[in-house]
Design a protein around this ligand. Structure first.
Ligand code: NDP
Length: 453
């Protein structure tokens, strides 16, 4: 049977683009459809613009520190419009880079929503044409969701909207306690917005190491974010030129903007999956095996649409493993163990492996942890603290987890992650000479356990 394409990819985000261009570079005939902008969540409305906003928001404190170091600083207010023009130009540039990567590898792209007609047929909704493909890869990602609430949640925005704000709000409420809520709380606070954050649970960043998230929460509050845990929105109305919010803790307030950072859901609605043998899970995610293959042998899925580990580098790896498996005859599973990641709060949190709580439930452990005022800030009388922590197996001495709360923790955990992924023991950490004076030298100089469990 002959097909129009060897591979047709639905979704032009990080995972889909990587799989498409690597398969095409290897000689496959590849088509790719994207209904929005090439680059997907990470490049257009996620990691990249978010990180640029993190940079923008950090200068206020940097300038304050510079003053105390003896500099004369002539800083004005933050100009959102100026920043937004530059941000949009950068996103346009990156989108062009993605288009170039695809074209140069011979991938044919379609600016259209694509749906599935059957196990080998795709319909391009823009013009109604159909294309056939031997293999189909679904890489449609996810999207932010508002709570299913009694009040009108459409009064609040989601993370996709934040990059297109015409002006910065003066007063903002952020609902949620996960990655996105905490990152934007720090960003907006740094840009001078008066930020209140509601989280329904007992402590933000559920699932991360307790000591690490406690320190992040303390520092966020010290930086000026007004965090209310155990608090949710009860009611919300347009009132007094803003959004009036009644909270479960009895408080009421009017905010210029409300951001719902209350989770994301896989983009599987209306894809035509019912025309194929692809199965969905409870959260609407596509169910795949270790090789990213769905129940329909010709259809694979990677990235956030499968709701495995929702991180860009993981989607890229899943895309590469898919190409290796299907086009290079080398069945390759993606390793989802020991993935380092960072939360770009202020200060950042870098983490890999088991939290102290998870490890303690698994086996006897030693915990090596230290929290201190870093030299750069302590010199000018700042109270901010950082934390370095290793969770170690008592039986094998293997480092099971590493948690860092500090400026540039994301950079540090990338490197600590290499050792931990290789199965390094605490003794091997200790064999490494410290780089002095740095914050991360503490990772190789903690001699006695802080506690054992
Ligand atoms: P998360 O799932 O991390 O957080 C969602 C938050 O919203 C949780 O605090 C959750 O509370 C709360 N919540 C959920 N539903 C409701 C509701 N109905 N009412 C009130 N609160 C609610 O999602 P995010 O959107 O923050 O991030 C999605 C994913 O994107 C992350 O898991 C991560 O994989 C990825 N990401 C990674 C980043 C990075 O690597 N730096 C940055 C941004 C995103 P509860 O804890 O009680 O469930």
């Amino acid at each position: 049977m002959s097909f129009d394409y060897d591979l047709f990819v639905i979704g032009g985000g990080s995972g889909g683009v990587r799989a498409a261009r690597v398969a095409a570079a290897g000689g496959a005939k590849v088509g790719l459809a994207e209904e929005s902008r090439l680059g997907g969540t990470c490049v257009i409305r996620g990691c990249v613009p978010k990180k640029l906003m993190v940079f923008a928001s950090s200068y206020r404190e940097t300038m304050n520190e510079a003053l105390d170091y003896g500099w004369t600083v002539h800083a004005g207010n933050f100009d959102w419009t100026k920043f937004a023009v530059r941000l949009n130009a950068e996103l346009d540039r990156l989108e062009n880079v993605y288009q170039g990567l695809l074209s140069n590898s011979g991938v044919e792209t379609f600016a259209s929503r694509a749906t599935l007609v059957d196990a080998h047929t795709i319909k391009l909704e823009a013009d109604g044409t159909t294309k056939s493909a031997k293999h189909i890869l679904i890489a449609t990602g996810g999207r932010p969701v508002r709570p299913d609430a009694q009040y009108d949640a459409s009064l609040g925005m989601v993370s996709d909207d934040i990059f297109n704000l015409p002006e910065l709000p003066r007063k903002m409420l952020i609902v949620g306690g996960g990655y996105i809520a905490c990152e934007f709380a720090g960003v907006m606070n740094g840009l001078g917005v008066d930020v209140t954050q509601f989280y329904r649970g007992a402590q933000i960043l559920r699932g991360f190491d307790d000591e690490a998230r406690g320190l992040v929460a303390d520092q966020m509050c010290a930086n000026g974010v007004d965090i209310h845990c155990g608090t949710d929105v009860l009611d919300m109305q347009e009132r007094d030129g803003g959004i009036w919010v009644k909270a479960s803790n009895g408080s009421e307030g009017v905010f210029d903007k409300v951001l719902f950072a209350t989770g994301r859901t896989p983009n599987t609605d209306g894809l035509g999956l019912e025309n194929t043998g692809v199965q969905l899970g409870r959260r609407g995610e596509i169910i795949v095996d270790d090789y990213s293959q769905t129940g329909q042998p010709s259809i694979y899925a990677i990235g956030d649409v499968t709701n495995r580990v929702n991180l860009t580098p993981v989607a890229i790896r899943e895309g590469m493993a898919f190409v290796e498996t299907v086009f290079n005859g080398n069945p390759t599973k993606v390793d989802h163990e020991l993935i380092p990641s960072a939360v770009f709060t202020q200060p950042e949190m870098g983490t890999i492996g088991l939290s102290e709580e998870e490890a303690r439930d698994q086996e006897p452990i030693h915990v090596y942890a230290t929290s201190f005022k870093p030299m750069q800030q302590s010199f000018i009388g700042r109270e901010a603290r950082v934390m370095m922590k290793l969770v170690v197996s008592q039986k094998t001495d293997v480092v099971l987890g590493c948690h860092i709360v500090a400026p540039a923790a994301g950079e540090m955990i990338q490197l600590a992650g290499v050792a931990i992924k290789m199965g390094a023991t605490k003794a091997q950490f200790d064999q490494v000479c410290a780089v002095h004076p740095t914050m991360s030298e503490e990772l190789v100089t903690m001699k006695t356990p802080t506690r054992s469990a």
